[in-house]
Structure formats: structure tokens, C-alpha cells
Design a protein around this ligand. Structure first.
Ligand SMILES: NS(=O)(=O)c1cc(F)cc(F)c1
Ligand SMILES: [Zn+2]
Length: 262
């Protein structure tokens, strides 16, 4: 399974913001101001090649739930878009709110979505492990997909059905043959991209963010199952609902957001 465990295991208690990051001039998440973004005609289409056979398990790490992939070979990859190199999928996870009015980490012209999907990839042309790549400027590429309430998402339902098995922090359940491309919007040619960071500690500034313009639709009931997860482990007396696991927005500072569309 991908070793983003070590990154998440350095977790600080939830949201002891503001966590000052030394020289933090490219922190995430941010608001994507449409009028401030610059169309870049050289941005290429995104190319994702995901092999469902590399899907391994779901893990509740006490912050979100991760669907982890076997990233020991180049079987599930991302390239194109703003990327010079090939990146390997290691996990995907989500951020959501306690209700449908907020939950996403990024916003578009301050518009909040109820949830946001992050597909995490590391640069396998330059590094040999996730934990190496996570310390480097060009080490990671994360695809962000906004989620809005609407029709039930049939592809997501297989994942939703498995969540009760990972209700508590540190629980893991086998989860196989899941193709995460079913969670991408039909139009992946329209995205924003900018240089940013992990949105949870250690907040390293290693991420090329690729945020899809088109949200996916999920049902109210599917999001309600996300909210049935717990931050706390089975042993803890007081159980805390896993909700509002998003970071406060960060300053754009001296960065440009590029768009692949006009
Ligand atoms: N939320 S995020 O996508 O920036 C992220 C990805 C990751 F692999 C580890 C993290 F701690 C956080
Ligand atoms: Zn995330």
C-alpha cells in the first residue's frame, strides 16, 4: 500500500491552526478566483491510466478515510496536464462538512462545496518512494474533484457500502478492484492548476494541484454515510463524528493559478 501512512502518522491533533510553516509561501488550500486565473494554452489534457487490480484497502486514519493502492510499480499512473513527469497513484481520500453548506478545502470564487475528493500521486520518474517525493517541490500531484449534492453516484456506492467497516480510527478493511476514474467528472480537460502543499501536517510544499472545474454529483444519503465515520478509535470513551476535516484557506501570496480553458 502507498506509504502516505508515515505522512499522516505525523498528524498533529485536529486543526491546531494556525500551524506556521517555515517559509510557507505556497500553502494549500486556496480560493480559486476565476478572474485572477490565467488561461495557459500550453496545458495538455490530463492522462490517467488506473488499474483497478492495484486497489488494496480502505483505512480510517483518524482524519479521513484513505483508499490505498499498490504503488510498487507503474500500474496506476497520471501524466499530461501541467506535469512534466509520470506520477503514480498511491491513495485517494475526501474532505467534507457536518452539513451540505460547507466541506471542501478549495473554493471557486468563494463558493464552498459540501465535499472534495483528492487523488494523490507521486513522481515516479524522479523518486522511488512516496516518502521521498513528499519532501520535494515537484514530488506530488493531487487531483481535486468537487462534490455537490444531486443524483446518487453509482460508482461511489461500492465505497460507501464499505465505510461502516472502518467506522473507527485505525480500522482497515480489504477493498479491491475499484477503478477511481469513475470518480472523475466526464470533462477532465477543464481544470485549474497551481503550486501548493499538503493540506494536513507536515504541510510540505510538494504538490502540483490540479482542480477539476466540473464537480461530480453524489446523493445526500451518500454524504451522510461519510459523516457516520468517527475521528476516534474504538477504545476512546467519547466518540467524535468525522466531519469538517478541511483546513482553513491560505494566502495566494506570489502565485498564479493557471486554467486549461478560456
Ligand atoms: N489533503 S492532501 O491531498 O493535501 C494530502 C495528501 C497526502 F498524501 C497526505 C496528506 F497528509 C495530505
Ligand atoms: Zn486531501
Amino acid at each position: 500500500a502507498c506509504s502516505s501512512r508515515f505522512v499522516l502518522s505525523q498528524m498533529h491533533p485536529m486543526w491546531q491552526e494556525p500551524l506556521e510553516v517555515p517559509g510557507g509561501d505556497r500553502q494549500s488550500p486556496i480560493d480559486i478566483s476565476i478572474r485572477k486565473s490565467v488561461f495557459d494554452p500550453n496545458l495538455k489534457p490530463l492522462v490517467t491510466r488506473y488499474d483497478p487490480r492495484t486497489c488494496q484497502q480502505i483505512w480510517n486514519n483518524g482524519y479521513s478515510f484513505l483508499v490505498e493502492y499498490d504503488d510498487r510499480t507503474d500500474k496506476s499512473t497520471l501524466h499530461g496536464g501541467p506535469l512534466e513527469d509520470q506520477f503514480r497513484l498511491c491513495q485517494f481520500h475526501f474532505h467534507w462538512g457536518e452539513n451540505n453548506n460547507w466541506g471542501s478545502e478549495h473554493t471557486v470564487d468563494r463558493h464552498l462545496y459540501p465535499a472534495e475528493l483528492h487523488l494523490v500521486h507521486w513522481n515516479s520518474d524522479k523518486y522511488s518512494l512516496f516518502e521521498e517525493a513528499v519532501m520535494e517541490d515537484n514530488g506530488l500531484a493531487v487531483i481535486g474533484v468537487f462534490m455537490k449534492v444531486g443524483r446518487r453516484h453509482e460508482g461511489l456506492q461500492k465505497l460507501v457500502d464499505a465505510l461502516p467497516a472502518v467506522r473507527h480510527k485505525d480500522s482497515v478493511v480489504e477493498f479491491t478492484k475499484f477503478d477511481p476514474s469513475c470518480l472523475l467528472p466526464q470533462n477532465t480537460n477543464e481544470y485549474w492548476t497551481y503550486a501548493g502543499s499538503l493540506t494536513t501536517p507536515p504541510l510540505t510544499e510538494a504538490v502540483t494541484w490540479i482542480i477539476m472545474k466540473q464537480p461530480i454529483e453524489v446523493s445526500h444519503d451518500q454524504l451522510a454515510v461519510f459523516r457516520s465515520l468517527l475521528f476516534t478509535s474504538a477504545e476512546e470513551e467519547v466518540q467524535k463524528s468525522m466531519v469538517n476535516n478541511f483546513r482553513v484557506q491560505q494566502s495566494l501570496k506570489d502565485r498564479t493559478i493557471r486554467s486549461s480553458f478560456n
